[in-house]
Design a protein around this ligand. Structure first.
Ligand code: CTP
Length: 401
């Protein structure tokens, strides 16, 4: 899909280069439209080199039939993204001012519009800017929220351009076809579990929850009804997902079995603790000089129990994960069989870029009769690959009945 990326004169303009790359990685063609002030921050040659297209900088560029160009582009594009968007361009869009190529393109296109504002905190909070944002939102313009962080002006606060990957993800979501999981119900688990030792201490693990959240977000975007059972994480609930927050393996087991009977597929991405303290203390344990023994007992194997409960029934489809150090395939195959799974996502967590607390992952997708290796890719991309496989399993099941 052809996407126009409007770049305006903010310090975050250099990040727009990463936005171009991210969109290209997801298979989109990008044409960059730079305002005059954007060119004071980044050279148009940079965008020309990575988009491999002429960068549009002016409504009246010599050689181009400019009056027509913005109309032609307006109908060719599937999406207009503006990142970073200054208070100025937001004001122009909101008030219908068309004094350069980008603002004319905004008025001329019927494609969806996504704006990533970036400005100083006080400017962002100014009633004039807020009113303009409100106006645009009421017209259906979508936004990627500016993150908090160090602003170029030395302040800390809201206003910094969102991370390029967030802009790419939001843009991709607006243009990719949806609905392939419409009418399907999915139950997904994510994150670690915390097993309490006493009211202030627990046994936990390094799972961030990102993989499971990415699968939940992608499944919802594809139209599925999603219940996400999440262990403790710092992540926000993905849009359109029903979230149930739990703490321990026992709580997660209860939540999963409550929903399991009514879903088409279960994806068990949580890093469930295998052991829990035998007797958590009601009060804080005070230290002593002697060494301390902590007896841990096994938690329920949630996925194995779900596999047993399903028995020979074809649904729900069961997808598990296996985090190993070293080549994960043999142990993953063993787990696939022992837990009666349809698919297992196995990864070597000791490999760089493929484990806990990273944005990327690499894995083997193993089913009883198939094995596919995925490259190191963003967890959001791996989520899509896993769901593509799951869709095929669901389709095969529908064909059988
Ligand atoms: N799992 C579960 N309940 C548990 C432990 C794990 O449902 N108590 C699920 C995980 O969510 C994951 C898969 O089982 O989908 C992982 O299998 P498991 O045999 O527990 O592997 P690990 O704990 O990763 O490794 P190992 O048993 O080899 O230590």
């Amino acid at each position: 899909m052809l996407i126009a990326l409007g770049v305006t004169g903010g310090i975050g303009a250099y990040k727009a280069v990463e936005v171009v790359r991210g969109l290209q990685k997801r298979g989109h063609d990008v044409v960059a439209v730079m305002t005059r002030s954007a060119r004071r921050f980044v050279g148009e040659v940079t965008f020309e080199a990575i988009t491999r297209r002429r960068v549009i900088t002016s409504q009246f560029a010599p050689g181009a039939n400019a009056d027509i160009e913005h109309i032609a582009l307006a109908s060719d594009i599937g999406l207009l993204v503006v990142a970073p968007a200054t208070a100025n361009v937001i004001g122009k869009f909101a008030n219908g001012i068309a004094d350069d190529f980008l603002s004319s393109l905004y008025l001329a296109t019927r494609a969806p519009v996504l704006i990533a504002p970036a400005m100083n905190t006080n400017m962002l909070e100014h009633p004039a800017v807020r009113a303009n944002l409100q106006t645009l939102a009421s017209r259906g313009v979508r936004f990627v929220d500016p993150g908090e962080g160090f602003l170029a002006c030395g302040w800390i606060g809201k206003g910094r351009l969102a991370e390029p990957e967030e802009v790419v993800e939001a843009a991709d979501r607006l243009v990719r076809p949806v609905g392939t999981l419409l009418g399907r119900r999915l139950l997904i688990s994510a994150g670690p579990t915390y097993e309490d030792i006493d009211p202030v201490r627990y046994v936990g693990n390094r799972s961030s929850g990102r993989m499971g959240y990415a699968i939940a977000a992608e499944a919802a975007r594809r139209g599925a009804e999603v219940v996400l059972v999440s262990g403790p994480t710092t992540l926000d609930a993905p849009a359109g997902v029903r979230i149930e927050r739990v703490r321990s393996a026992a709580e997660m087991a209860r939540a999963m079995s409550t929903h399991a009977r009514t879903v088409d597929a279960i994806v068990m991405a949580a890093a469930v603790a295998d052991y829990t303290p035998e007797r958590p203390h009601d009060t804080k344990i005070a230290k002593r000089d002697a060494p301390m023994d902590l007896t841990l007992v096994r938690t329920p194997d949630i996925l194995a129990d779900l596999g047993r409960a399903r028995g020979n029934a074809p649904l729900p489809i069961l997808v598990g994960f296996a985090a190993e150090t070293g080549d994960p395939r043999a142990r993953a195959r063993e787990k696939l069989r022992a837990k009666h799974l349809d698919l297992i996502v196995a990864n070597d967590v000791s490999r760089p870029g493929a484990g806990f607390e990273t944005n990327t992952n690499a894995a083997f997708l193993i089913s009883p009769d198939d094995e596919v290796e995925t490259p190191v890719q963003l967890k959001t991309e791996l989520a899509a690959t896993i769901l593509d496989r799951l869709e095929r399993l669901l389709a095969a099941h529908s064909a059988r009945v």
